[in-house]
Structures are given as C-alpha cells and as structure tokens.
Design a protein around this ligand. Structure first.
Ligand code: ADP
Ligand code: DP6
Ligand code: CO
Length: 368
C-alpha cells in the first residue's frame, strides 16, 4: 500500500440502467442465494434515462464499510450487501495507480473498507426496479475498483445475490435470467438474448403514477406468494417455461404481435398470482383511487386500441408497484400513445406534466 497511508482515496463511478421484465420473475426456491422458481426475460432501458449512478471509494482512512443511498446513510448489515461485497472482495486483484502512487495488493483488499454513494434518478422502491439498477451498479463499480476480472455473466450471478432482477441489468438489450439447476446457484445467471440495436424501433413509455414507496417490497411479496399461492406453482412449472420459448422466438423475429400478447398476459398473470397470495397483494391498486383507475384505464385503452387496429400496437406491463410501462411498436405509435394519454388524462398543471422524450425512449411523469 502507498506509504503516506491515510491520505489517498481511490474511486470509481459507474452508471447502470434499470430493466423491465416482460416475462416476470416472482418467487424464490432459495431465499439466501436468491434462486428463482422460473426463468425471466427483460428489456434493459437506455442508460441515460432510468438509471443508478454509484461511486465506490476506498481509503486506509475509512474505518468501516459505509453506504449512502440518495444522500441518506443506510445500513450495510443486511445479508445482500454483505454477499455482494464478500463475493467481489474475494475476487479482488492487485491495483496499481501509477499517477497517484498507489499500490494495493490482493491481501490489502481484505483489510480496506469502502464508502459507497448511490443515486437513483427515478423513484426508489416504487416498482420501477430500483433494486435491479442499484445492485447491478454496485457490483459493477466494486468489480472495477477492486480489479475483479470477472466477465459479465459471473458479475450477473453476484448481482443476483443483491436482488434477483439485478442480474439482468448487467447487459443491455433483451436479457434472460436462466434459473439454473445447481442448488449452489453457480448456473443461475443472466445472458444477453439480443443487443440494444436488434429491435431499436421499440419505444418504452413509462407513466410514473406514484413515486411513493410501495407497501409490500418485492422480497416480502414474493415470499408470501411462494408460501401461499397454488397458482404460482402452476405458473412456474406449466406456464412460464412455454412462454419463455415463445418470447425468445418473438424477440428473435421482432414479432411485435407475439411480443405484446406475451408481455401483457404475463403481467396480468403476475398480478393474478399476487391476488392469489394470502393475504392478497394489490400492487396496481397500492395507490390513490384516482391513480388506480388511471392504471385500469390504461389497460382498457391499450386493449381497445390493439383490437381496433387488428394487430397489437402497444404492450403494457406492470411491475410490483403502481406504475405503467408501455412498449410501443415504433416512434409514430409512441407519439400517438403519448397524445392519447394526455387527452384521456390531462395533467392538472404544467408542473404536473414533467414529460420528456429523449433518444428513443419516452418517459411521461406524474400522470396521476
Ligand atoms: P423496486 O421495485 O424499486 O426494485 P424493491 O422492493 O425490489 O423495489 O427494492 C427496493 C430496495 O432496493 C431498496 O429498499 C434498497 O434496499 C435497494 N436499492 C434501491 N436502490 C438502490 C441502489 N441505488 N443501490 C443499492 N440498493 C438499492
Ligand atoms: C415484479 O428483484 O426486486 O420486478 O430478488 O427479492 O430483490 P428480490 O426481488 P426483485 O423482484 C422483481 C420482481 C418484478 C419482476 C421482475 O423484475 O422480473
Ligand atoms: Co426490485
């Protein structure tokens, strides 16, 4: 280690986008290792929109590992943070920063503490997969800081230990989380099905109806579902395996009709499984009455539109929270969709409408 020990700080900043599942992960067969009951498939958003930015730093002056999330210190004592830190530390290799005259050996990493500062540029714990972007970014940033030479698939398996959905955010484009067979979890990791250029006419519009933290976290919700829902057993064994194959085909062939049909039905079945849980979980209604009707109206708007057009124009999917993710088949449809949304749900004031379109992804905020 550099001699003038207390003075130096080495840091790395990384940015990771969130991902939205179109075939959902819901239910674990192993809580500690975070092993799922079924495969899942997601789309990773553009990095400049919904993303996490995390800075990890190391210095001999740090006397313990600490973390700040959105400016507030949080505890790192939970098993998930500890698993990610332990897994990356065990893979740390020598780091030599010639400019700063810092040399850290593999052995030094065992004694050094890290400070982590992370920001989400979208609502945290509101059903927009903050845990996915958050843990993927944390693992990626730590791996760079500690020079852990693992490939993305190995890093995805480590991010999985932070939050299941995080394993899919290590890749752009369309990503599959393979549930794996090994009970130690070595083969439960993410693979890229197609990169971000493969189907780039798709436009994702996110209607942020509520930024409020959801009442039931994904972790607690899916634990209750595994314990009480028979429908989940049927979903995981009979329904999802077939859907995964069909969704892979739809993505490969850029077949929007199949893609939309599969994404919408899978979202609906996921929420049905939540209702089949004891006590039932109401993610789409976990908000004000006005906002809940907004979500129901979005579904009928899309269903009617698709039927009238004769072929699907827009797909919807709702995660564990009251926010709508809409996927339009192309830019023209997306523009029409935003128009329809604004017509049906006019914003109460200019401040209410914080709508912007950047690159090929649109985000409509605070529609409720
Ligand atoms: P979401 O739908 O937003 O993923 P979850 O209930 O799955 O909601 O997860 C929320 C939890 O994820 C937070 O309470 C926090 O522990 C973790 N999390 C969110 N953002 C970050 C981040 N940037 N870095 C690390 N962990 C994060
Ligand atoms: C509905 O990955 O947040 O978004 O593994 O317990 O952290 P933990 O849960 P999490 O669950 C995500 C559930 C979902 C569907 C999905 O992303 O596949
Ligand atoms: Co989550």
């Amino acid at each position: 280690m550099a001699e003038e020990s207390q003075k130096w700080v080495l840091m790395v900043t990384a940015q990771t986008p969130t991902n939205i599942a179109v075939i959902k992960y819901w239910g674990k067969r192993d809580e500690t290792l975070i092993l799922p009951v079924n495969d899942s498939i997601s789309v990773t958003l553009d990095p400049e929109h919904l993303c996490t930015t995390t800075t990890v730093s190391v210095s001999p002056a740090f006397d313990q590992d600490r973390m700040w999330l959105n400016g507030k210190e949080i505890s790192l004592s939970g098993g998930r943070f500890q698993s990610c830190l332990r897994e990356i530390r065990s893979r740390a290799t020598d780091v030599h920063d010639k400019e700063k005259g810092i040399k850290i050996t593999k052995k030094d990493w065992e004694k050094l503490n890290v400070h982590i500062a992370s920001y989400n540029n979208f609502p945290t714990a509101a059903g927009l997969a903050s845990s996915a972007a958050g843990f993927a970014c944390l693992v990626f940033a730590l791996s760079k800081l500690m020079n852990a030479n693992e490939d993305h698939s190995q890093l995805s398996a480590i991010a999985r230990r932070g939050s299941g959905s995080a394993c899919r955010s290590l890749y752009g484009g369309f990503v599959k989380w393979i549930m794996g067979k090994d009970e130690k979890g070595t083969d439960s990791l993410a693979v890229q099905l197609a990169d971000e250029k493969h189907w780039d006419e798709l436009v994702i519009v996110i209607a942020v109806v509520s930024s409020q933290q959801k009442e039931t976290s994904s972790t607690t919700g899916m634990r209750d579902t595994v314990e009480t829902s028979l429908l989940l057993q049927h979903r995981a064994k009979e329904v999802v395996p077939k859907r995964i194959l069909k969704m892979e085909e739809a993505i490969k062939n850029r077949d929007f009709a199949s893609f939309a049909q599969l994404a919408c039905t899978d979202s609906n079945q996921f929420h049905a499984v939540c209702l089949d849980t004891c006590p039932p979980i109401f993610y789409m209604n976990d908000t004000s009455h006005r906002q809940a009707s907004f979500l129901n109206l979005i579904i009928s708007l899309v269903e009617k539109w698709n039927r009238a057009a004769g072929t699907p124009q827009v797909a919807y999917t709702f995660d564990a929270g009251p926010n709508a993710v809409l996927i339009a088949r192309n830019r023209e449809t997306a523009a029409l969709l935003v128009q329809k949304l604004l017509f049906c749900f006019p914003p109460k004031s200019d401040a209410d409408l914080n709508s912007f379109v950047l690159g090929d992804k649109s985000i409509l905020k605070d529609a409720g």
